[in-house]
Design a protein around this ligand. Sequence first.
Ligand SMILES: Nc1ncnc2c1ncn2[C@@H]1O[C@H](COP(=O)(O)OP(=O)(O)O)[C@@H](O)[C@H]1O
Ligand code: SF4
Ligand SMILES: [Mg+2]
Length: 335
Amino acid sequence: MTHPVISVSGLRKRFNLEAGFFAHFGRFVYAVNDVSFSIGKNETYGLVGESGCGKTTTARLLVRMYEADEGAITFIGDDENAVNVRALKGKQLRLYRQRVKYVFQDPARSLNPRMRIFDVLTSGPRWTVGTRDKNALWEEAAAILEEVGLSAADLERRPAEFSGGQRQRISIARGLLMRPDLLICDEVVSALDVSIQGQILNLLLDIRSKRDLSFLFIAHDLKVACYFCDRIGVMYRGELMEEAPAAELYRSGIHPYTELLFSSVAAGKDGPVQGPTVPSPEKPKAVTGEVIPLTKEAQGCAFASRCSRADAMCFNEHPELKEISPSHLCRCFKV
Ligand SMILES: Nc1ncnc2c1ncn2[C@@H]1O[C@H](COP(=O)(O)OP(=O)(O)O)[C@@H](O)[C@H]1O
Ligand code: SF4
Ligand SMILES: [Mg+2]
């Protein structure tokens, strides 16, 4: 990995399951448990796991949509000065949120239907950096729209006039406008038809090749993530289970959960996916539904109840994330 743009260490977040008076008795969902990773400059880091594994919560902690219970988030960005993200307030926090942009899963819900596309794209930056020359902003917004495959005339239109794929292009344009250092793409193709998913992935590949930009790419489809990412962290019940360069994970992913994710999507697993065609994302077959979250702190291995290799030790002791070769980490007693 090159010099990191962001690094997180020991991140934890739990949600209280009870509301009101009963909150006092504290039943919790442990959504993110001691997660650490870094994303290098110009690197695309993937967070992969089934629904409910804590991917979105991790991403929201990064942009301070949620506050972490524990852990450190350090942003290095362009100027080499390390920033303690958890301590940012007011204007500094708003400026940070222009450096690290979040593109949501569902474009229908993340775009305000009453706003013109110009205002959708520019309201954040206008508010953060004060009123800027409207003509200049219009030019910039038009250029970004063209970069994502739409046109300057679309700036006058409203979100409802666009298809799901086009709306996701608008969300991506909004993410790119302030030339962020890191773009978080949270399941950006999941809500779209399979035929459109490949187009959006190709657009992201194109943007990645042209811009000086790091990505956090969140997905449940490990095969698509292996195609798109440089490095991947496989997440299960709030923990990183395995982390490796994408090609290595594809060739020799070793954690039983990684194997399960591959077996569920990779009917034709035949070597690293290469070439200009994006693999068509598939719905998981063996893997279905939402992962049951941890409601008490993990005692044994979080994957033990589903693991065909589990023994007594797996249910009683908690495996550490260990280095099995340089840049390849795995959390399993049997590896
Ligand atoms: N705001 C919230 N309040 C309560 N529980 C939440 C909240 N957000 C997420 N969770 C729970 O945390 C767990 C992880 O969710 P999430 O981070 O959305 O997973 P993923 O993005 O991998 O599907 C899930 O069990 C989810 O129900
Ligand atoms: S530690 Fe045990 S239960 Fe957990 S993944 Fe490894 S073999 Fe399976
Ligand atoms: Mg999610």
